[in-house]
Design a protein around this ligand. Structure first.
Ligand SMILES: N[C@@H](CCC(=O)N[C@@H](CS)C(=O)NCC(=O)O)C(=O)O
Length: 198
């Protein structure tokens, strides 16, 4: 299978981390949103797009996560039998993707000429990020993993969002505000998958 995306997209990073953690052989092909490769595979031209060996294209990182997790059990990243745990993991993913969504909006807005930037949009999304980080830190508490006793999609989604936040908003001092998230993230960034995906 072939994963199409960029090195910076938080959604692509999440998909890559899942593939790497589960040791699934794949080719990673760099192509930007609306790039020549991805538009042939995904009608919306969005990344990530995962092209299976028979040509079927899986898009949206949440669907990629669901699919790839079924390919083997090493590890199971989305709980399969415990429905409540599954819901919690998927909600973590939504929270992490929400941080990424808002960070992408802020980045897009900031790329406009200064007099064209909408302060209201910036405030709305920066506040959403701050609130989501508070919420994440509260849910994590002093636990080693976001959900249960081992790594899940929740950890990979949150790590992907935070790597992106560090990239696009290095001035945001979330580590001082949330030492527990900081310690958890420091452990995540030592993992081989995160070191490879960057
Ligand atoms: N919900 C989607 C979001 C994907 C997404 O928005 N990707 C961005 C790149 S970070 C993109 O392709 N944007 C270009 C576009 O929407 O045309 C997912 O999780 O895969």
């Amino acid at each position: 299978m072939k994963l199409i995306g960029t090195l910076t997209s938080p959604y692509v990073r999440k998909a890559r981390l899942i593939l790497l953690e589960k040791n699934i052989i794949h080719e990673f092909v760099v192509d930007p949103p609306q790039g020549s490769l991805v538009v042939k595979a995904n009608p919306m031209g969005r990344i990530p797009a995962l092209i299976l060996d028979d040509g079927f294209c899986v898009f949206d990182s949440t669907v990629i996560a669901d699919y790839v997790d079924t390919l083997n059990d090493h590890p199971v990243l989305i709980p399969r039998t415990d429905v409540a745990a599954r819901l919690r993991v998927k909600r973590w993913e939504a929270l992490a993707d929400g941080i990424a969504d808002s960070a992408v909006v802020v980045r897009t807005e900031r790329m406009r000429a200064e007099d064209k930037q909408d302060e209201g949009v910036l405030k709305l999304h920066n506040t959403a990020i701050a609130n989501a980080l508070d919420y994440a830190a509260g849910m994590l508490g002093s636990k080693e993993w976001c959900e249960g006793g081992s790594i899940t999609l929740a950890d990979l989604a949150l790590a992907s969002a935070l790597v992106y936040l560090d990239l696009r908003q290095p001035e945001r001092d979330w580590r001082s505000a949330h030492p527990n998230l900081c310690a958890w993230f420091a452990n995540m960034t030592k993992r081989a998958s995160v070191l490879v995906a960057g």
